[in-house]
Design a protein around this ligand. Sequence first.
Ligand code: DP6
Length: 375
Amino acid sequence: MKEADPHRFYHDRFLKKAQRNSGKPRLMHGKVGWSSPSNIALVKYWGKCGDQIACNPSLSFSLDLSRTKTEIEYEYSSNDSGPSIDFFFEKDSKPDFEQRISKYLNRILPYFPFLKNFHLRISSENTFPHSSGIASSASSMSALALCICSMEQQIVGSVSSQSDFKKKASFMARLGSGSASRSVWDNFAVWGRTEVVFRSSDEIAVPLPFKVSPVFSNLKDSVLIVDDGPKIISSSSGHALMNDHPFAETRYQVARSNLNSMVRCLENGSYDEFVELVESEALMLHGLIVSSEGGYILIKPETLEIIEKIRWIRTNKGIPVCFTLDAGANVHLLYPEKHSRKVRKIVETELTDYCKNGQWIDDGMGSGPREITNR
Ligand code: DP6
């Protein structure tokens, strides 16, 4: 018997469902809305092998305050050349975003054929400063995917369990931005097939299927904003740098092994190993970026100053802080919530000097997306 393609299981399932549901719409107009968080990866996704499929599994936790709120008002149109859209970001039209969303909607159209008969008025806003350097594709694409899945429920009348709804949203979010697949869940999520996480998949992210040690149950993330300018390289071009990277294969092996170790840590509560893994993943990401063709350096002198301070504080003040980085200069300072008061003081007195205009966001692990409109 032919083995099922692990990259097409959900694809086939959602496509079949779309074919079954391509009848007359139950609703001609309505409104949906979701607030969805950004997330921070502890084991990083860096490199694509195929159509929005990561070359290694990644693990992250969803943030609490750094979110995108998206609402869609939809209206039936007898013209079936849609979906047509008007897009507003923080109340202004944004032609470049509108084009990206239009392209995305056309990409997911085979799964949601009803869309071709609808006009969508999409309004979006971020709860974090627009130019804070925080990755907004995870929050924005997950919010949009959740909205489209809610539209499907209203228009087609399909009912699914909360978990099936989230799986579908994760699949659709991934097609918009890989890291967005993880943002549909609260707390920790894993995207990418790995033998250590039951039912993990390359097509969707899944929540951790076990009880995480209380050591990690309420991690804080103080985001220290070193650079609030536009990115030097887009994440898609960044991932493409891995295609001919001399260390690519080794990286994917190390990432797999780090993910296995991270899952073990989260289960058994070994904080010291967690710190080692998290920092090594962050530095390896930048090591890969620096050693890519083009030799991009995305960190700034202030990033290094902060890293040194964090390590000094850990060693000399006994506060279990550690850092991670995205593909940029900002530093995510991670620590257990019970140290919040002390860390806040340290950030304010010793670290904001390195931040652009003293900016930082006092964020932490969050409870996932919230539905804000459904009528
Ligand atoms: C360094 O998800 O932004 O943040 O799939 O091209 O949209 P696209 O890339 P994206 O890449 C995120 C890269 C990262 C690591 C991570 O979040 O795992």
